[in-house]
Design a protein around this ligand. Sequence first.
Ligand code: HGY
Ligand code: MN
Ligand code: MN
Length: 396
Amino acid sequence: MWAQLAPVGRDGGTGGYRRYAWTGADADCRTWFQEQAEARGLRHETDRNGNQWAWLGDPAAGDAIVTGSHLDSVPDGGAFDGPLGVVSAFAALDELRRRGTTFTKPFAIANFGDEEGARFGLACVGSRLAAGQLTKEQAYELRDGNGVSLPAAMEAAGYDPAVIGPDPARLAGIGAFVELHVEQGRALDLTGDAVGIASAIWPHGRWRFDFRGEANHAGTTRLVDRRDPMLTYAETVLAARREAELAGAVATFGKISVEPNGVNAIPSLVRGWLDSRAADQATLDTVVAAIEQAAKDRAQADGVDLAVARESFTPVVEFGHALRDEIRDLLGGRVPLLGTGAGHDAGILSGSIPTAMLFVRNPTGVSHSPAESAAEDDCVAGVLALADVLEGLACR
Ligand code: HGY
Ligand code: MN
Ligand code: MN
């Protein structure tokens, strides 16, 4: 399975993945998912929000046990973030069938659409829509870097955007969702465990900073006459690092767009996107407010106009203790609990249904990069752990 999926959406130059929502690579991932489902006799469906489901048993019976993750990626992302959870789900089902277990509840494997928000800027679109955390109207406002709207992209990919929206009946039929994911950090490498269980997800968000100055000639405009938004942007990036360090949080400006983006032209507009995360909401609010204030102060000094818009936000998630502890017991009780700064569909859905996460050791902790890795033995350990969990939840 891994070898079949590996080449899909992979850039030959960087080795990173470019599997963005509603693109050709996304369609190829969806085809792979449907083939894996149907090869196992699972009933495949795509729901109103573009999430894929592979069913064993009748979901109408309710209390379904669902596992899975996402197949889309960040720009030049790694091979494991998302796909490890989907491949492990199919492999865990194969393992349960090898063990001869029978399911006493409906079972499904899910591929949630557009988890990374790489194209439209909002994380977890498929699960947010299903959970009613993103309305159809809000989704219709989303645009990619070329101005293509989310509904237009869905339509071009052959899906009907008119039906997107909350899916309470579907979620009401789910008793538990367990997502396996490569760890995006080194905690398991430090504890020496192959598998861990999520305790919480930090609150995190994305803010777009628009710095508007005055386009002018790079060679003939005196420094004193300039209103250069790149200076304001640069100071804001440094302020973000300062404020994050002060607060024990994280803040990243990883994406920028410049107009007109000419070597010999002072920019008219610099857009920078801030990703910031902290262990609690108050700290996150403090850090973002301090970064905004630093940007405002510098904008004033530079004669630059500033506008800040929050584009994505996920409050803190504390995974439910009952399912978390049941899973820990099913794994023998001594599996470490880990907090994480990475967002996941299991986090979004935790407001609607019981959810839990298993993490698989990442020896370097590197993620959102072609260098992301996990040892095969650890991936197998993850599959066996997921099979043990599913056996305990759905086959007793
Ligand atoms: O950005 C995140 O936390 C996740 O990878 N979507
Ligand atoms: Mn990710
Ligand atoms: Mn992920």
